[in-house]
Design a binder for this molecule. Structure first.
Ligand SMILES: NC(=O)c1ccc[n+]([C@@H]2O[C@H](COP(=O)([O-])OP(=O)(O)OC[C@H]3O[C@@H](n4cnc5c(N)ncnc54)[C@H](O)[C@@H]3O)[C@@H](O)[C@H]2O)c1
Length: 372
């Protein structure tokens, strides 16, 4: 017997820029055609059925006018499309169009598009580069930053995927004009989460200005887009692969993801996160980390963001409890929750290596669900 050592030490620089601005289509097109990301003459523009006529067709046409072979691939809008089947369908379509490993992917849309397109880019031809042109507040606040890509499975959301950093993210605030009020609210859920975990000033800013987000006030939209990037960047930079600190981004997502799945996706991701944030706040209060006043502030801000604070009646709470066990933070069969410490901070515990996700008994969270 012999052992051959395959020594392979890697130094990786995955740095990239996030440009926040207005009317960024021309910047995107000129940077791609100008070779900023490499000499790519074949592109796959991946989008969904809603964003297709709004932005993706225009972007594809402008790229073609610059002499680039840009092919457009779209799928039915909605979380139901974030599946292995849709991924395979797009990959097969890309192959049928002659795209190979010398192409680049441009994701045009919200979080569903960037999660799916980023995953495709990570595996197509064993990996091709991708950029994101972000068109939702939720994507600007969260999904487009941090390099997590994934598809859902029947068991739960985001179970199969890759860490894959984009080459650049374009956050075009002008695209929020065509978003429904419901989707502005969903973006605000992740924004409130960021304020709760790391930025008390952002929470106060939202308390003062949240209504101005709905009127797409330029200054307020740019302020929250930048604040979101800052919080997410600070957390992701310190823990790209979610071994510890990055878990704090999960505030509200343990119950939130379970509610989202059990609702059969009747609830949007941001709406489910809003419910999860209230559950986490109540749990934090029960365990003495947060005051009743802070819980009221959280609920009040969520309501002003036009988001739900209660579990809808059609949801079976026993099913919900069971679904919690599919959460990726579950360790040795024990539920673990990120908890808030006042506003702008989270609980950290050294006990039993808990870190930022504390073990919670089923009866503790069941008691919270009963009050919601
Ligand atoms: N990767 C991450 O780190 C991360 C973080 C948070 C959320 N996510 C994922 O993001 C997804 C939710 O993001 P989302 O809310 O952006 O979802 P989405 O992409 O489904 O967009 C929401 C809806 O808005 C439509 N839309 C998009 N842009 C529009 C525009 N400018 N005008 C009009 N309509 C527009 C879409 O077609 C869709 O119907 C979930 O799948 C979630 O798991 C990922």
């Amino acid at each position: 017997m012999s052992v051959f050592e395959c020594k392979l030490v890697k130094t990786v620089d995955d740095s990239y820029n996030i440009e926040i601005g207005r009317s960024l289509v021309d910047t995107l097109v000129s940077e791609i055609s100008g070779g900023v990301f490499g000499d790519y003459k074949k592109l796959a523009v991946i989008t969904d059925s809603n964003v297709l006529p709004l932005y993706a067709e225009d972007i594809t046409q402008k790229l073609c006018e610059k002499g680039i072979k840009a092919e457009l691939f779209s799928f039915e809008a909605g979380e139901q499309s974030k599946t292995r089947e849709v991924k395979a369908f797009i990959e097969d379509s890309m192959l049928a169009c002659g795209l190979r490993r010398d192409c680049m992917v441009v994701a045009v849309g919200g979080g569903v598009v960037s999660d799916l397109a980023g995953f495709i880019a990570g595996t197509f031809g064993r990996g091709v580069p991708f950029v994101i042109y972000s068109t939702t507040l939720l994507s600007a606040a969260d999904a487009s930053i941090g390099g997590k890509t994934a598809v859902d499975t029947p068991l739960a959301t985001n179970l199969i995927g890759l860490f894959n950093q984009p080459r650049k993210v374009y956050i075009d605030i002008d695209t929020w004009k065509t978003l429904s009020e419901r989707h502005i609210s969903c973006g605000l859920a992740e924004t409130i989460k960021h304020a709760l975990i790391a930025d008390c000033d952002l929470f106060c800013y939202l308390e003062e200005n949240i209504e101005r987000v709905f009127s797409l006030d330029k200054e307020v939209c740019e302020h929250i887009a930048e604040a979101n990037c800052r919080v997410k960047y600070q957390v992701v930079m310190k823990d790209e692969r979610e071994s510890s600190l990055r878990e704090i981004l999960n505030l509200g997502h343990t119950a939130g993801r379970a509610v989202e799945t059990v609702s059969g996706y009747r609830l949007e991701h941001g709406e489910a996160v809003a419910i999860g944030l209230v559950a986490a706040a109540l749990l934090s209060q029960d365990l003495g980390f947060t005051t009743a006043d802070d819980v009221e502030r959280v609920k009040n801000l969520i309501q002003r963001a036009k988001l739900p604070t209660e579990i809808p009646q059609y949801i079976d709470k026993n099913k919900l409890l069971k679904k919690l066990y599919t959460d990726k933070k579950v360790r040795n069969g024990k539920l673990r929750f990120v908890l808030q410490k006042g506003i702008g901070n989270v609980v950290y515990s050294d006990e039993q290596g808990a870190g930022y996700a504390l073990p919670i008994s089923e009866s503790q969270i069941a008691s919270v669900f009963e009050r919601m």
